[in-house]
Design a binder for this molecule. Structure first.
Ligand code: MN
Length: 302
């Protein structure tokens, strides 16, 4: 069954790719993907967990650089400690967002705190910065409370953009939408969409019917653009992430933790990181991650 709901394409199911976030921690990477590189300016989406982090050190991502993007962390379960080269140290808890604007360059580490809940469940996203903003000063913001709404039996948390007369305080730089949609029990409703936006949905827990497609974790549903509403249903508790945005309209080049436009830029970011320039120092004494070699043929694509 398929429902185009006025969109420019039938919903397209795109399998996430398995990746390893840290040694032994398997995650699902939904963006970028061979079938879909961007949803608006959302250019990267890792679905992590739920995973047991009670043994050993848990999550240990050492200092690493970013450019040209905002990292957006949506915490569903568990805790992560963020430290960055601007000097911010911030524990993020369930229901909260960390937004780190890399601009021309920042470095950070992400670790499990010593005392922590046993499980971690998180969506880690990147937002590409438009060309006019991508060399801005780096910044970090923590959002402990986001707008919450109830709609047709669903609990909505507005992560980015506008929905149902609410506006997210999260500071983004292009027209975007991010909504955590949670069904505490069976529910069926519709959400209004903007036809000029493109959209995608990733189920984070349980099973949901989205635009007539039954979805579970491990599949990104690409909804394209041109839709004015989105049918949603669940028969039992479930959770999904709705992402949308105006088509980004710029070719971007993602390599390692960098977003740029050309191979030469990426090579200069890599050289600066390896030489200890541009990105500053992350407090905490962890070993910085080494940047991989930049391939000769690295090219941007839309
Ligand atoms: Mn990072």
């Amino acid at each position: 069954m398929s429902d185009t709901s006025g969109g420019d394409m039938a919903p397209l199911r795109i399998p996430t790719r398995d990746a390893e976030l840290v040694r032994g921690m398997r995650i699902r990477r939904a963006l970028p993907n061979r079938g879909k590189r961007l949803i608006g300016a959302w250019c990267f989406l890792d679905h992590v967990g739920p995973v047991d982090v009670s043994e050993g050190d848990g999550l240990t991502v050492g200092p690493h650089p970013h450019t040209g993007l905002q990292t957006f962390t949506w915490m569903i379960e568990g805790e992560i400690l963020h430290r960055d080269s601007l000097g911010y140290e911030q524990l993020i808890r369930p229901g909260q967002v960390n937004l780190m604007t890399a601009g021309r360059g920042i470095a950070h580490s992400e670790t499990s705190p010593a005392q922590r809940p046993s499980h971690m469940h998180v969506a880690q996203l990147w937002i590409a910065l438009p060309d006019a903003m991508r060399n801005m000063d780096p910044a970090f913001e923590h959002y402990p409370d986001l707008p919450r709404m109830q709609h047709g039996g669903l609990n909505l948390t507005l992560l980015a953009g506008d929905l149902l007369s609410e506006r997210s305080p999260v500071r983004v730089h292009s027209p975007l939408l991010g909504v955590d949609i949670s069904a505490p029990a069976a529910a069926r409703t519709e959400l209004r969409l903007r036809p000029e936006f493109e959209y995608g949905v990733l189920v984070l827990q349980g099973e949901m019917q989205v635009a007539g497609e039954t979805l579970a974790p491990g599949t990104l549903l690409d909804l394209g653009r041109g839709r004015d509403h989105l049918p949603l249903a669940a028969a039992a508790p479930a959770r999904c992430l709705l992402l949308g945005g105006a088509p980004f309209g710029e070719e971007v080049l993602l390599w390692w933790n960098f977003v740029g436009r050309t191979r030469e830029e990426i090579a200069s970011y890599t050289a600066d990181w390896q030489a200890g320039r541009r990105f500053g120092t992350v407090p905490g004494g962890m070993q910085p991650l080494a940047a991989p070699a930049v391939p000769d043929g690295l090219r941007a694509s839309a």
